[in-house]
Design a protein around this ligand. Structure first.
Ligand code: SAM
Length: 272
């Protein structure tokens, strides 16, 4: 499946996705039922920075970045339907954001060295070629600018289904490089749209970043809240959750991380 197929599927899913999830407008989420930016301090101070979010979906993270004091916030997504939600939400929240329609593999409408920070959360796994994305991110970043990339942890791809079904037969190869194709199912178990995505191996990310002059500064593997913790926290304070606590999700998220977050800084590449 191509980026174009995933675009069509996000257009189809968008309405259901935005209604069935609860995504914070005050904190940046990195995984469901897990600590967000306020607790993890991954992005830190954005005051005065030019920032872009790639794969912004309904715009919640871009809105938080604007509220955190970023100077200019741009947000790009391949799905027009997702952008429609984002525009509406940003205007309701009085957040000044420039929304862009496009594929993060090709950011040719954006100038070289025009951002201090690039953020992308749970979007890059849907892209066919991450090498193109990492090279574009490096091109649009200023020297000493940072990229924060949060994506599916490769262990999630290898083990999640096996843990869910308590079956060793469901373990996937870490070395598989083919995207997996799956249906997004609604709460009546009806498929809404078909996606293909991929959890990239650690070496693909780290080597891809380094090749583009993006020096890894920090890696974060957030551990989700336990059921006991969730009972003591106001659910509205949890940056990403569904309307009802998914107990199985929280149980598995104690064994393996759902997400991995890479923080890297743009340095000058030695051309010799
Ligand atoms: C799971 S949503 C995440 C949205 C948002 N980052 C968040 O965390 O709330 C993934 C988003 O990535 C977008 N996306 C997928 N492939 C893309 C691509 N090639 N270029 C830009 N956006 C893409 C989808 O349209 C969708 O809105």
């Amino acid at each position: 499946m191509s980026n174009e197929n995933n675009r069509q599927s996000w257009d189809k899913l968008s309405e259901y996705y935005q209604l069935s999830t609860s995504i914070s407008l005050d904190d940046i989420h990195y995984a469901p039922y897990s600590p967000g930016e306020k607790e993890l301090n991954v992005i830190g101070d954005v005051k005065g920075l030019d920032v872009i979010e790639l794969g912004c979906g309904g715009g919640q993270i871009a809105i938080v970045l604007a509220k955190m004091g970023a100077k200019n916030v741009a947000a790009l997504d391949i799905s027009e339907q997702q952008l429609n939600h984002a525009r509406l939400l940003a205007s309701r929240e009085k957040a000044n954001i420039t929304f862009l329609h496009g594929d993060m593999e090709n950011l040719s409408s954006l100038q070289n060295a025009s951002f201090d920070l690039v953020v992308s959360v749970h979007a890059i796994s849907y892209v066919s070629n991450i090498e193109n994305v990492l090279s574009e991110i490096s091109r649009i970043l200023r020297l000493n600018g940072r990229v924060v990339l949060c994506t599916i942890h490769p262990l999630q791809y290898v083990l999640w289904e096996a843990l869910e079904e308590d079956s060793i037969k469901k373990v996937q190869s870490y070395f598989g490089s083919e995207p997996s194709t799956w249906d997004w199912i609604d709460n009546t178990k009806t498929p809404i749209a078909t996606f293909s995505d991929r959890a990239h191996r650690y070496e693909e990310f780290v080597n891809g970043l380094l090749k583009n002059g993006l020096i890894l500064e920090r890696v974060i593997e957030p551990r989700g809240y336990t059921i006991e913790e969730l009972k003591t926290i106001d659910l509205e304070e949890v940056a990403y959750h569904n309307k009802r606590i998914d107990e199985q999700f929280t149980r598995i998220n104690q064994i393996i991380p759902f997400s991995i977050i890479y923080v890297a800084k743009k340095i000058e590449i030695d051309q010799n």
